[in-house]
Unconditional design. Structure first.
Length: 88
């Protein structure tokens, strides 16, 4: 990642442009099961691979809130530093 920082006005001129990518995050069933246990959302579509295999996705899926909770870290990796902002 670049260590350069942008001014807020320079950043606003980049609207619509690709900045940089965050790393891929692989979620495994253990992580999904732990999230289900912590949140109490243990619906079969998340935690039962056998029952979920006949569903529309062919297997379990991660919780929407689990995926959303990862966005702040991905944004932190992808967005450039902004002059006058908090340093990474």
């Amino acid at each position: 990642m670049s260590s350069t920082s942008l001014s807020p006005s320079a950043l606003s001129k980049m609207i619509g442009q690709r900045l940089r990518d965050s790393r891929w995050i692989n979620l495994d069933q253990r992580q999904i099961d732990e999230f289900a246990r912590l949140t109490g959302d243990e619906q079969f579509i998340h935690v039962d691979p056998v029952a979920a295999s006949v569903g529309p996705f062919g297997g379990t899926i991660a919780h929407g809130f689990l995926v959303l909770s990862l966005l702040s870290n991905m944004a932190f990796e992808a967005l450039p530093d902004i002059e006058g902002g908090t340093a990474k």
